[in-house]
Each structure stands twice: as C-alpha cells, then as structure tokens.
Design a protein around this ligand. Structure first.
Ligand code: NAI
Length: 333
C-alpha cells in the first residue's frame, strides 16, 4: 500500500486522475496539491467508500511540503494545456518553471519518491526534473518517468478500429517509442500483439502512424479552446501509476513504454543508443519496472525500414527538446 501524490490535482487531468487513484486499492494515502481548489476536490473524493485517505493542500502553510511528506509516487499534471494551433513545445515557457519549482519541492521533501511527469512538453520537462534533482544531489534515474501511456492507449484503440473490432482494444499492445510530441512519437506496429491486416498498404500505415502521433490534436480541436486530452490522459496516467505501484510492491514482469533517462540501466541504455545511432540521454521505450523503479531498459528490437525512418526523423527533434530542458535549469530565462 502506497502514498500517492498528485501535483496539479484540481485540473482537467488532475481531478479524474485523483478519482481513479482513490479507487485503486493499492493506494493507502492520496495527497492532492494545486494552487487552487484542492480542499474541495479532496472533500468530495473523501466520501468515496474506498480505503485511500485523501487530503488536499494549497501553497499556504507549507502545503507542498505537507502533501509530499512520505510520498512513494508523485504524479505531475500541473501546468497549462494546449489550445488549437499550439504545439506541446509552445507550452514550455509556462510549464518549465512550474515543473522546476515542483521538482525542487520533491527533491527536498521526498527525494526517493517515484516521479511520473505528465506536464508537457514531456520531452523537455523530464530532463528539467532530472537537472533539479542533480542540483540537489539526489538524482536517481531509475525513479523518474515521462508518462507516454496515452500514446500507447491511442495506438491500441486505433489499431482495434482498423481491425474492425473495438472490443479487441484492451488486449492490443503496441510499443510506442521515441518521445511524446508529434514526430517523436513512434508506434511500432510491426511489433503489435495483433498485427495489422496483411493487405494494409504503406499509405494506410502512414495515416495510422500520423493519427497516433497527432491524436492529441483531434482532442484539442474538438474541445475548441477548452484544453487538451484530460479524461483519456487520466485513464492512461492511472494505468501507468498502477503499474509503477505494483512493481514497487514487488510484482514481477511488468513492462511498459515510458520516457526515461537512459542511464537508469546502463547496459540496456547503451544498447539502445547504439540502435538509434545517437547518444541521447532520454528516450521512450519498453521498460521493465521493479521495486527500485527502472529494472531494465529494452532495446527497440527488429524494426521495418518504415519504422527506422520514423526513428531517424524523431532523433534530432528529441535532441533539441532534451537540450532545451537541460539548459533551462542551468540558465533559466
Ligand atoms: P488544466 O489547466 O486543466 O490543469 C492544470 C492544473 O495545474 C490547474 O488546476 C492549475 O491550477 C495547476 N497548476 C498550475 N500551476 C501550478 C503549480 N505551480 N503548482 C501546482 N499546480 C499548478 O490542464 P490539464 O488539461 O489538466 O493539463 C495539464 C498538463 O498535462 C498540461 O501541461 C498538458 O499539456 C499535459 N498533458 C499531458 C499529456 C501526456 O500524454 N503526457 C496528455 C494531455 C495533457
């Protein structure tokens, strides 16, 4: 049983994510922190007849410190979401500072907690958390994760649609690697548990790949200025948090794609760098989770030439995003 903390808990993602965590029997304590409304959200959730004890905190009276004390898992969906026409990178200006300040709190109060970053741009916010932890001398790459699960969830759902049977969606598993924005999102349909139809053309594969890469835009457009994915993200975030909590509790063999620092498993990380032909510090790939966090970084395995092309396109953009996050902490602007 674990203590889970949500930072940004009153937001579009934060509230349904908190609801799902409150319903998770592995969660013993749930702390909700935001700059607004957490007392109300916590009071509301606290009436649900599940074991987790819920408390809400605001910045006043050392709220962040109180929320984080004793945390095992900290999930961060704090920050502004996209509006139509915006890329995730456009959010950097505001979200980078928010994530840096929250990371400072975690590094000080709960340096051993597993940190799950949802706030965009994930490709840059994860390096920001790492740099803050390094500054405090507490960085353990095994305990830091960028949440890319929504890309995985979308790949399963859209594959099931292509296969003409939406009831298959929960059992379809497609590794999605690279990063979490546009062309850095690389679904490996050739490794799907449920292969695409034999006569699936290259142009259909391109269209399906683009749909996974830019699936978030469908939601941003449909919400028409009212934000980006929140409910599907809460589902995805809760799925990933549950996997991390299960691994923390000793369950073996849990593997999930997530954006990690490749030093978390030197052997696996080095092999992956060789595969992609570039010494990046961060990449999303299948990761085996254990009680200490990252247990093993899986390599990409056999790729089609189409997938190799996607990786080659992803790498330079990912490199720029990573550098942007790292230099923000070194020289904040
Ligand atoms: P939202 O605006 O509905 O909620 C954000 C919450 O963060 C608000 O309640 C706000 O008060 C809070 N907040 C702002 N500054 C804070 C601070 N310093 N400390 C604590 N809380 C603070 O936004 P939404 O839709 O929940 O999205 C949140 C983030 O998640 C965005 O950056 C969005 O781009 C990202 N996102 C990530 C996805 C992923 O796949 N990783 C998918 C969808 C969204």
């Amino acid at each position: 049983m674990s203590k889970a903390v949500v930072l940004g808990a009153a937001g579009g993602i934060g509230q349904p994510l908190a609801l799902l965590l409150k319903c998770n029997p592995l969660v013993k304590e749930l702390s909700l922190y935001d700059i607004v409304n957490t007392p109300g959200v916590a009071a509301d959730l606290s009436h649900i007849s599940t074991p987790a004890k819920v408390e809400g905190f605001l910045p006043a009276d050392d709220g962040l410190k109180k929320a984080l004390t004793g945390a095992d898992v900290v999930v961060i969906p704090a920050g502004v979401p996209r509006k139509p026409g915006m890329t995730r990178d456009d959010l950097f200006k505001i979200n980078a500072g928010i994530v840096r300040d929250l990371a400072t709190g975690i590094a000080t109060v709960a340096p051993k907690a597993f940190v799950l970053v949802i706030s965009n741009p994930v490709n840059s916010t994860v390096p920001i958390v790492a740099e803050v932890f390094k500054k405090h001398g507490v960085f353990d790459p095994k305990r830091l994760f960028g949440v890319t699960t929504l890309d995985v969830v979308r790949a399963s759902t859209f594959s099931a649609e292509v296969l003409g049977d939406v009831s298959l969606a929960p059992s379809i598993s497609v590794p999605v690697v690279g990063g979490h924005s546009g062309v850095t999102i690389v679904p490996l349909f050739s490794q799907s548990s449920h292969p695409l139809p034999k006569d699936f053309s290259e142009s259909s594969l391109q269209a399906l790949t683009t749909r996974v890469q830019f699936g978030g835009d469908e939601v941003v457009k449909a919400k028409d200025g009212a934000g980006s994915a929140t409910l599907s993200m809460a589902y995805a975030g809760a799925e990933f948090a549950t996997k991390v909590i299960k691994a923390l509790n000793g369950e073996k063999g849990i593997v999930a794609p997530t954006y990690v620092n490749l030093n978390a498993d030197k052997e696996g990380g080095d092999a992956l760098k060789k595969e992609i032909g570039k010494s990046l510090d961060y990449f999303s790939t299948n990761v085996e989770l254990g009680p200490e966090g990252v247990a093993k970084i899986h390599t990409l395995g056999k790729l089609t030439s189409f997938e190799q092309g996607l990786i080659q396109t992803a790498v330079p953009e990912l490199e720029t995003n990573i550098t942007k996050g790292v230099s923000f902490v070194e020289t904040p602007k």
